[in-house]
Design a protein around this ligand. Sequence first.
Ligand code: PH2
Ligand code: MG
Ligand code: MG
Length: 156
Amino acid sequence: VGSNLDDPVAQVGHALSELDELPRTHCAARSSLYRSAPMGPQDQPPYVNAVAALDTALGPDELLERLQEIERRHGRVRGAQRWGPRTLDLDILLYGDAVLSTERLTVPHPGLCERSFVLVPLLEIAPQLEVPGQGSVASLAEACAMAVPERLEAAP
Ligand code: PH2
Ligand code: MG
Ligand code: MG
């Protein structure tokens, strides 16, 4: 889950609640929120990121469809700029231990292994997790060269 526009902390918080409300889906764990410098174009605000573990009976394509629906409700506009700013980004990082590559969806997420803003929150909720073909989240986080994101304190 990521956002860097229109109150990113609120965008991410609301999105996490909406994930738990998806049909045939239960949010089993959610990480803290983390703030980090933008990866990609630097002339955009910092990002707030989090990760969630979902138990779901939705297949990967249907899940992706539902996530894009939530993104649209959050005013997501698909801009021309790669890695440009966005109100809400919901990416499927892993789907069980599936390895998928279709036109619309690649799982594990191709950027997962290089992105500290993904690995650090993932490590928080799933320290034992293995990424198919890539090793443990712990070893990937250890090896990641990107600056560590700042963990935000939960609102009182
Ligand atoms: N997402 C992007 C581009 N750059 N940078 C950070 N820190 N966090 C993100 O989630 C992010 C990004 C496009 O998905
Ligand atoms: Mg993304
Ligand atoms: Mg995305």
